[in-house]
Design a protein around this ligand. Structure first.
Ligand code: AP5
Length: 265
């Protein structure tokens, strides 16, 4: 069995009353990244790999909602119950519910080891709320990575995805199969297929992405932090492309005597 890939992200997955078994070490220049891209493009897979390399926390709003869905029915607020229904249909959870959840866990965003946001922000409203929070705390984004892939390959990735019930590691039945079918390589948890990876939910998710999330590409381009990256090839190749681009951005920011707003790290 491999060593676990990541810390347990308990505070992010279960809320502020939970404590992570491993908190990120303080860094002089922590990475603060947003991963953008259509559902299934490979954001979660890259977030795991980037976490190993950069040490920043992987914060996925989708994982936090799915963790809330596992709680007993009576422990879920009416807003959370409604959110889980939106997810099942492949629609976006309303901004107010998403922001409430992120705000409750803002210590994960403000932590001194940095973050890799996966699946948030997803609307212009969410992006504005995050910008406001970061400005208030005098924090700057390192970069916004936008992964690009043709739709047919995205559908193929989504329909073959399997996720670990326990540690949330992601596999693919043909592209990244586990060593033992149905069993996680990292923690031996059971692998399952997400409800929103059914064909009808995939269609809704891709339409929703085009309508609500794609406009964020322009939003972050205007802020000078957007890095488009081709999501073709193996995860390791995509990781190498990502590391190369963000390293170039970091050295450009360091070289500039007067760093531009939005790219300061
Ligand atoms: P969320 O969990 O965020 O899902 P998503 O954005 O739809 O993204 P996915 O997790 O489906 O895909 P991914 O890009 O992470 O790909 P992965 O790495 O797994 O959100 C789910 C739902 O929650 C939303 O629909 C919404 O309802 C709600 N929600 C969450 N956040 C919200 C927000 N901020 N606002 C409103 N609603 C919100 O990879 C996919 C597959 O491909 C895997 O099997 C993987 O092994 C494989 N793969 C990855 N990379 C490669 C590669 N290079 N080559 C071959 N296969 C690969």
């Amino acid at each position: 069995m491999h060593a676990p890939l990541k810390n347990d992200r308990l505070a992010w997955l279960q809320g502020p009353s939970a404590e992570c078994s491993e908190t990120p070490a303080a860094r002089k220049n922590p990475w603060r990244l947003i991963l953008l891209g259509a559902p299934g493009v490979g954001k979660g897979t890259q977030a795991d790999l980037l976490t190993e390399r950069l040490g920043a926390c992987h914060l996925s709003t989708g994982d936090a909602f799915r963790a809330a869905g596992k709680r007993r029915d009576c422990d879920q607020s009416p807003a959370m119950k409604a959110a889980l229904e939106y997810m099942r249909r492949g629609e976006l959870v309303p901004d107010s519910t998403v922001w409430e959840m992120v705000r409750e866990r803002s210590s994960c965003i403000l932590n001194c080891g940095g973050f890799i946001l996966d699946g948030f922000p997803r609307t212009l409203g969410q992006a504005e709320s995050l910008k406001e929070l970061m400005e208030k705390e005098k924090l700057a984004l390192s970069a916004v990575v936008n992964y690009e892939l043709p739709v047919d390959e995205i559908v193929q990735r989504l329909s073959g995805r399997r996720t670990c019930e326990q540690c949330k590691s992601v596999f693919h039945v043909t592209e990244r199969p586990p060593q033992v079918e149905g069993v996680c390589d990292h923690c031996e948890g059971r692998l399952f297929q997400r409800e929103d990876d059914r064909p009808e939910a995939i269609t809704v998710r891709l339409e929703t992405y085009e309508r609500s999330t794609a406009p964020l590409i322009q939003f972050y381009e205007n802020l000078g932090v957007l890095l488009p990256i081709a999501a073709k090839g193996s995860p390791e190749k995509i990781l190498a492309r990502t590391m190369q681009k963000i390293a170039a951005l970091a050295s450009a920011a360091q070289l500039a005597s007067q760093p531009q707003s939005g790219v300061i790290r």
